[in-house]
Ligand binder design. Structure first.
Ligand SMILES: O=C(CO)COP(=O)(O)O
Length: 360
């Protein structure tokens, strides 16, 4: 779980909060996705077809927020908000600050919330200038690392598979299944891994969502010896930082497909136990509906982790105004608008995961 909170991030970058609900009982999964499911992927009523047999008692880790930039001052404020937030107890909360602020966050953040890095090196530390080793992350108190984030894949160029070129002999092997191998090394050293997957808009439009997600899952599965400390984060790239959140149905159908992939390719037990969280424009307004979906076990949150949850109530009151001056000015009814700040938005998101559990 990783909360990389926006508070830990500064303008122009998306922080990431992820909330993870705590783990859960093993459930029977009867759903099996057939190949034909791919062609049905876009159908409107897919929610029903893709609904799994899991029950809501499953715990969820669901809050990771991190930021990719920030300042000492903005981070102090975010940490203070996190420390005072009322967070339900059965949600694991993780914050993933930028590397340079991890120490500051670690030294000021409540123990209730764990810390994640946003990336780590593929193997044991050594002469890899500019990289951060897993050993160093552990040394400063990190418990988690986010790997395979879409920005690392599509902006930095990290990949699951071998690259078309090799920088030098020493790096040849590293570039084979780069992301999976990073995950394997982090796990071997005791860090939890938030393993990100997700399709580009073009890939979704071409009907390749499952193919892309399954390929990314395979790269992790081929490399990791155990899924015990892995949380899968499904983040459709087109939803990250765009304000275009996946609908609950769109998210659920991918989550259940990924769970089914785990069942078929790893084991029934791993499929049942692995927490699959959703990321991509999650906020205080849309989290509750997403959290109701059976296979959404929490969230990886960016921008919303920097904000406050504001409830706007607009009330139109049909009131005849007899007061002379008002009447003359033509005001026949009064509209009242209320804005109520109910706390940090990440708290709303974390607690939505708990509400799902309670409701179920
Ligand atoms: O990047 C993200 C999480 O890693 C998601 O960011 P947003 O919540 O801002 O879309």
């Amino acid at each position: 779980m990783a909360v990389a909170s926006t508070s830990l991030v500064s303008q122009g970058s998306r922080p990431q909060f992820s909330g993870l609900r705590r783990s859960c009982s093993k459930q029977d999964h009867s759903l099996s996705l057939s190949a034909a499911a791919h062609s049905l992927f876009q159908n409107v009523d897919s929610q029903l077809r893709f609904s799994s047999s899991r029950r809501g008692s499953r715990g969820i880790v669901a809050m990771a927020g991190s930021g990719k930039n920030g300042t000492t001052e903005s981070i102090s404020k975010l940490v203070s908000d996190l420390n005072s937030a009322k967070l339900e107890t059965d949600v694991d909360v993780v914050v993933a600050p930028p590397f340079v602020y991890i120490d500051q966050v670690k030294n000021s953040l409540t123990d209730r919330i764990e810390i994640s890095a946003q990336n780590s090196w593929i193997g044991k530390g050594g002469a890899f200038t500019g990289e951060i080793s897993v050993e160093q992350l552990k040394d400063i108190g990190c418990k988690w690392v986010v790997l395979g984030h879409s920005e690392r894949r599509h902006v930095i160029g990290e990949d699951d598979q071998a690259r078309g070129h090799v920088f030098n002999t020493r790096l040849t092997n590293f570039h084979l299944q780069f992301i999976g191998k990073k995950a394997a090394y982090a796990l071997s050293e005791g860090l939890g891994v938030i393993a990100c997957i997700g399709e580009l808009l073009k890939e979704r439009e071409e009907g390749k969502t499952f193919d892309v997600c399954f390929k990314q899952m395979k790269a992790f599965a081929d490399a990791v010896p155990s899924w015990d400390n892995v949380v899968v984060a499904y983040e459709p790239v087109w939803a990250i930082g765009t304000g275009k959140v996946a609908t609950p149905q769109q998210a659920q159908e991918v989550h259940v497909a990924v769970r089914d992939w785990l069942r078929k390719n790893v084991s029934e037990e791993v499929a049942s136990k692995t927490r699959i969280i959703y990321g991509g424009s999650v906020n205080g307004g849309n989290c509750a509906e997403l959290a109701k979906q059976e296979d959404i076990d929490g969230f990886l949150v960016g921008g919303a982790s920097l904000k406050y949850h504001v409830i706007s109530i607009s009330m139109s009151i049909e009131t005849r105004i007899y007061e002379k001056s008002m009447y003359k000015s033509g005001i026949g009814h009064t509209r009242l608008y209320f804005q109520n700040i109910i706390g940090p938005e990440f708290a709303t998101i974390v607690n939505s995961v708990t509400s799902k559990k309670v409701a179920a």
